[in-house]
Design a protein around this ligand. Structure first.
Ligand SMILES: Cc1cc2nc3c(=O)[nH]c(=O)nc-3n(C[C@H](O)[C@H](O)[C@H](O)COP(=O)(O)O)c2cc1C
Length: 210
């Protein structure tokens, strides 16, 4: 039950107090994101861990002035592949077979099959599909942060193209998807801290088909 207890403890913190998250807690949160499952195991996203205060100030300016971005300890930026390519996917499968000690061509037929499905879907679909994968890692990072009693605020409220420019993401074949400031709540100044957590009633949310 401790996961549920921790998920009840967490909330989308609106005001952080600037305290630093210890490295081992940060590593734990990043490990959880790293272990996220993804379609075909491609992990078509990366995480940038930003603590440079100047870069954070630039990001806040293109994120509707959300204070968590400069009051956090570290800002995670989830950035997903801007497209799939045969070679990009092939590189991931190559590492998989090598690490598993399988023959070099063990995943070739699978690669051909996946690529024949993905290629006609076009780059916009690729980018959206890759971004969806990154949300699973985001969710696990949020849960891991709660376990570590580290506050975290998932964010989509920023100008994506401008963040891509700040971090030079296009040159790396990436597009920003979400932000996750990590830090500690400023209890005295956060309007949300004591408000009830509200969710769709369970009976509406869950449909049992028996
Ligand atoms: C994908 C995503 C994007 C969000 N974007 C923002 C954001 O830009 N700024 C913010 O303060 N909260 C943001 N939130 C937080 C949600 O508003 C919040 O999670 C939701 O209201 C549920 O409340 P809780 O997280 O406190 O339980 C976002 C949440 C998610 C999952």
């Amino acid at each position: 039950m401790s996961l549920i207890k921790n998920l009840n403890w967490r909330y989308a913190t609106k005001k952080m107090n600037g305290a630093v998250v210890p490295q081992e807690k940060l590593d734990y949160i990043l490990d959880a994101a790293h272990l996220a499952p993804s379609s075909s195991g491609l992990q078509p996203y990366k995480i940038f861990v930003i603590s440079d205060r100047e870069v954070l100030a630039k990001i806040r300016a293109i994120a509707f002035d959300q204070s968590q971005i400069t009051d956090c300890s570290h800002l995670l930026v989830f950035a997903a592949w801007d497209k799939y390519t045969y070679d990009r996917m092939g590189e991931v499968f190559k590492r998989t077979v090598q690490e598993r000690g399988l023959p070099d061509d063990a995943m070739n037929a699978y690669l051909d099959r996946v690529w024949s499905t993905y290629e006609p879907l076009g780059q916009e679909w690729h980018a959206a599909h890759a971004a969806k994968q990154s949300y699973i890692a985001l969710g696990l990072a949020i849960a891991a942060a709660a376990e570590q009693k580290v506050d975290a605020t998932p964010m989509e409220g920023f100008l994506h193209e401008q963040l891509d420019e700040i971090l030079g993401l296009a040159g790396q074949g990436l597009k920003s998807v979400t932000l996750l400031p990590l830090g500690y709540r400023d209890e005295a100044n956060d309007w949300l801290v004591n408000l009830k957590k509200v969710r769709t009633p369970v009976e509406e949310f869950i449909t049992e088909v028996k």
